[in-house]
Design a binder for this molecule. Structure first.
Ligand SMILES: [Zn+2]
Length: 334
């Protein structure tokens, strides 16, 4: 193989694959059934999207939904005139201002999210590949010790997850700051490696964030497709106690899943979550060590060619950022 990019085996912290993990399988069926019964948000949203979307439709102005409502957005066709790979992320968003705030200034302090703090955690770090000893150091995640951070995965053509997560995160920042939120990053491509997963959680905690979202893309087998949002399980061990944030994080994750599926057209995962687009895990340090509402989102599978086509598209990443952001806004205005 001529592939010379990151080691395909260097999956991210959130990658689960098919390997059984201690403490995960028992009760998994019950969790899935419960989620499917109580919260078919993502799947319902996907079905709505399927019903309302059609070829050749143009994209209407998008207005962020009011609390308790859902907007009838329709994703534009792929391959639009928007910049694709390599485009400066923040520059691709100005046309997406909500129509009801035509002169809203950028930055925190004004807008419907004034006073709200959002921490965005771009998964991994483009420099992690060059700092294996640093990212392999062990950190405590409450119920276990695990590596500080991982390299993340990549597409078969070498587009890295760390590049993807930073790009989506920056697009989200532009969207959320226009709504008046204060947005903080765990890393913005300016540090050599990391931070470690426990530090990523601490950054959200110290910011007293109203919501934290960790952005990822998965590295699973070809044919495995779709997105899923990872919710914190109830973990009370060592320095971890997620019990106070489980319910709010679930609410946050459901709202993000519901908006993501509608805005991006990306279906819920066909390999995790039983079609709900939701999964609950107790093995992620970034969730275990959080004291504020937090979820991960795996936007797609970088190792699947169809998903990779989306993940490497700048216009699709903009939709991903909008979908996640709309879920956050819905949560913060609930
Ligand atoms: Zn990841």
């Amino acid at each position: 193989m001529s592939y010379a990019g990151p080691d395909p085996d260097d999956f991210d912290e959130c990658y689960r694959g098919d390997a059984p993990q201690e403490g995960r399988r028992p009760g998994r069926r019950a969790v899935l059934v419960t989620l499917a019964a109580l919260v078919p948000t993502a799947l319902a949203g996907w079905l709505v999207f399927q019903a309302v979307s059609g070829p050749g439709e143009s994209e209407p102005p998008r207005v962020l939904p009011a609390p308790g409502t859902s907007s009838s957005t329709t994703p534009s066709p792929t391959g639009s005139a928007r910049p694709t790979d390599g485009s400066p992320s923040a520059s691709a968003t100005p046309s997406k201002k909500p129509s009801h705030k035509p002169s809203e200034p950028a930055g925190a302090g004004d807008g419907p999210l004034a006073g709200k703090v959002v921490v965005i955690d771009p998964g991994h770090n483009p420099g992690n590949f060059r700092h294996t000893a640093d990212i392999n150091q062990s950190v405590n995640v409450g119920n276990a010790s695990k590596e500080c951070d991982t390299t993340g995965t990549s597409t078969n053509s070498g587009y890295t997850e760390a590049t993807f997560t930073l790009d989506v995160a920056r697009r989200m920042r532009a969207i959320l700051e226009r709504q008046g939120a204060t947005v903080k990053f765990t890393q913005d491509g300016t540090r050599a490696w990391g931070p470690c997963v426990d530090e990523r959680a601490q950054i959200g905690n110290k910011a007293h964030a109203d919501a934290v979202v960790s952005v990822h893309a998965d590295g699973s087998a070809a044919g495995n497709r779709g997105f899923h949002v990872i919710l914190p399980a109830s973990v009370h061990a060592g320095g971890a106690d997620t019990r106070p944030i489980v319910a709010a994080s679930k609410d946050l994750g459901e709202r993000i899943a519901g908006r993501f599926v509608q805005v991006t057209g990306q279906p819920p995962s066909n390999y995790i979550g039983g079609g709900t687009g939701l999964d609950t895990r107790s093995d992620l340090g970034g969730l275990n060590m959080s004291t504020v509402p937090k979820v991960f989102i795996e936007c797609g599978n970088m190792r699947d060619s169809q998903d990779a086509g989306r993940l490497t598209s700048g216009s699709w990443r903009q939709k991903a950022a909008e979908g996640i952001s709309e879920g956050i806004v819905s949560f913060l205005r609930r």
